[in-house]
Design a protein around this ligand. Structure first.
Ligand code: BT5
Length: 262
């Protein structure tokens, strides 16, 4: 059962190291499902592994604490939040802007990375923290370290000249994500998978997947291998499915799309 009144509590901070880290402080509180931590700035924002998430003022940084029925299936929650973010960004930006998802945890605007998701299961507490970083009012110069192709970085204010109300952006995101979380509890992952795939522009395209491993001693990403194939979508646990050069269907649970052919 999920409480119908999610989010239960929204905690605002001016500056934190990482909203995911802050949200984890509430993990041992049984009633904490639906707690949301929002910060205006992070001084140690993180991506997957030990990667940095650049978090200046003007961006949106929030983490949600959830107690799903099966915390081991946290990949599904990452996909769920991606689908919710795609819906929210589509609602917030003009129709002329292309919004899509990129496996496993990116949200793209006009094919550039505007946001990322960091989903972390907390051992022993049966809960998952889902962090969302979204470049809202961030000038292009501040994103220049992340301009590598094919998926360089962007923000709402770069793509659509203007300033966005962060409170309104937060409200729309929370409404979409919690609505999908309710759907996930009643109908399972299938409808979430469908919604995510509907927003993925890479299905049917040839892509290169860099399989990732996390080095245990320093938790850094290390390339394990490259695979090329046609993207078929995602499987029933949120892994990416490719058809390789021999026509075999392969699923991968971790990795990164490093390149694609139009
Ligand atoms: C992500 O990781 O995309 C997940 C980012 C999640 C950030 C949120 S903010 C709230 C919560 N609290 C946290 O501490 N984290 C979460 P990954 O797929 O590993 O991508 C990280 C890579 O994206 C970096 O190595 C950079 O190359 C690039 N990057 C860093 N900051 C960026 C930014 N603001 N916009 C676009 N790309 C960025």
């Amino acid at each position: 059962m999920i409480p119908s009144n999610l989010p239960t509590k929204i905690l605002h901070f001016d500056s934190v190291d990482s909203t995911n880290k802050k949200a984890k402080e509430f993990a041992s509180t049984p009633s904490a499902e639906g707690t949301v931590v929002v910060a205006e700035h992070q001084h140690a924002g993180r991506g997957r592994g030990n990667r940095v998430w650049h978090s200046p003022k003007g961006g949106l940084y929030l983490s949600i604490l959830l107690r799903p029925n099966d915390p081991k299936r946290s990949n599904e929650l990452s996909i769920l939040v991606g689908a919710g973010l795609a819906q929210a960004v589509t609602q917030l930006l003009p129709k002329s802007v292309d919004v899509s998802v990129k496996w496993p945890n990116d949200i793209l605007v006009n094919w550039k990375k505007v946001g990322g998701i960091l989903c972390e299961a907390i051992e022993g507490e049966k809960c998952v923290v889902v962090g969302i970083g979204l470049n809202v009012n961030i000038p292009g110069e501040q994103l220049s370290p992340f301009l590598k192709n094919p998926f360089s970085a962007t923000s709402f204010s770069v793509e659509v000249d203007g300033v966005f109300d962060l409170k309104q952006v937060t409200d729309v995101i929370l409404a979409k994500v919690f609505s999908l979380y309710g759907l996930y509890h009643t109908e399972g992952f299938k409808p979430i998978q469908y919604l995510w795939e509907k927003n993925c522009r890479l299905i049917g395209k040839k892509i290169e997947l860099r399989e990732m491993g996390w080095r245990e001693f320093d938790n850094k990403a290390s390339g394990v291998g490259m695979t090329t194939g046609t993207c078929l979508g995602i499987d029933d646990s949120g892994g990416i499915v490719l058809s390789n050069q021999r026509g075999e269907r392969m699923s991968y649970t971790t990795g990164e799309i490093s390149c694609f052919w139009p």
